[in-house]
Design a protein around this ligand. Structure first.
Ligand SMILES: [Zn+2]
Length: 352
């Protein structure tokens, strides 16, 4: 077994000088745990471009929940403020905000802007969620799922989310490629809120928020970390990223009996493409089952079973040509005649 530095989520171990651990763990049959982390970046390698150096490979970005937000190493993504150039806005709630930016939502910002404010893509990518049908709002957590929103896949397992857009005020569609600086829609009143604002965060494949920083036009670095009460001004850096949608991180279902998964998209499936999916299962299981689930839960709308070979590996083809385009959850579970592992699904979208 190899164990290199740093615990994943929940572990108490933390190496000095490393503010945040990005964990990559492969457990189960292989009994290998490899954890990677990155340290304070060198001057000639701003962390906002660091992901280029690992080839944009999808990772399961995890954050130690005990790390103070200001010490957490931000994701290597060059982000613009999601506001129009020159617009000044107060941060109504920042990271660890006492109202709603807690738990999986801790690394989020609320920008205090009036209804109708243009919402700007913080970085280039592919739209994986575009919801604009809600027209109501309220303060209780029960309103959370009723928010109009856009989610963009930036590759490498990193996504940005723009929440509380107006009814029918989303200008992009699932599967669209968007450029940094592009207008995605305008703000409105939808979902859990007590007044007009734009909620923004970066998230991983599981929709857990991640630490991030914005590009600062004055220092030309990605160090801007606005706190609650700060005033920020919308500005646009030169977009530089050009990459496809994220593959699922290999370790995405490790805790559920599937290790080293390859070939599955993270959030964006096309009915026009066939995917070759491979992986390994925990010892004792004989099959791997791919499931596509309705967004609201219930019976799978699509299932494909692949046998596991004597070496514990499986390999199969995924063809979703008969699946209606829409938003779903997907998962792969390991099964045998007697039992199956529990699925944790990832929000995804199927497009033509
Ligand atoms: Zn918020």
């Amino acid at each position: 077994m190899h164990v290199t530095a740093l615990g994943a989520r929940g572990s108490a171990r933390r190496a000095p000088r490393i503010a945040s651990s990005i964990a990559r763990s492969i457990i189960g049959a292989l009994a290998v745990i490899t954890v990677t982390a990155y340290d304070t970046p060198a001057a000639d390698s701003p962390y906002c471009e660091a992901w280029r150096h690992n080839g944009g490979e999808a990772q399961l970005w995890l954050v130690d929940a005990e790390i103070p937000a200001e010490d957490a190493m931000p994701v290597p993504l060059r982000l613009n403020l999601p506001l129009p150039e020159g617009l000044v806005a107060e941060v109504a709630q920042g990271t660890d905000g006492p109202f709603t930016h807690q738990g999986a939502q801790r690394f989020a910002w609320d920008f205090d802007v009036p209804v109708g404010t243009p919402v700007i893509a913080a970085a280039s990518g592919v739209v994986v969620s575009a919801v604009s049908g809600y027209d109501d709002w309220g303060p209780e957590p029960s309103w959370r799922d009723g928010a109009n929103r856009v989610v963009i896949d930036h590759g490498a397992g990193l996504f940005s989310a723009y929440v509380h857009l107006g009814e029918d005020q989303v200008y992009v569609a699932r599967g669209d490629r968007v450029e940094a600086g592009q207008t995605l829609g305008t703000t409105g009143l939808s979902g859990q809120m007590t007044g007009p604002h734009l909620h923004f965060h970066v998230e991983n494949a599981w929709s857990d928020t991640l630490p991030a920083r914005f590009f600062s036009p004055t220092t030309l670095t990605c160090e801007l970390f606005p706190l609650g009460g700060d005033l920020v001004t919308g500005a646009l850096s030169e977009p530089f990223d050009d990459h496809g949608p994220s593959q699922a991180p290999p370790e995405i279902f490790t805790d559920f009996g599937i290790s080293d998964l390859t070939g599955a998209p993270a959030r964006l499936f096309s009915t026009r493409r066939k995917y070759t999916v491979a992986g390994a299962v925990t010892a004792g299981f004989t099959d791997a089952v791919f499931l596509l689930l309705p967004e609201g839960g219930g019976r799978a709308v699509f299932a494909r079973r692949w046998p596991v070979g004597p070496d514990g590996h499986f390999r199969g083809t995924l063809d979703l040509k008969d699946v209606p385009p829409g938003e779903y959850g997907w998962a792969v579970v390991a099964s045998s005649d007697e039992s199956a592992t529990v699925a944790r699904s990832v929000r995804c979208v199927v497009v033509r």
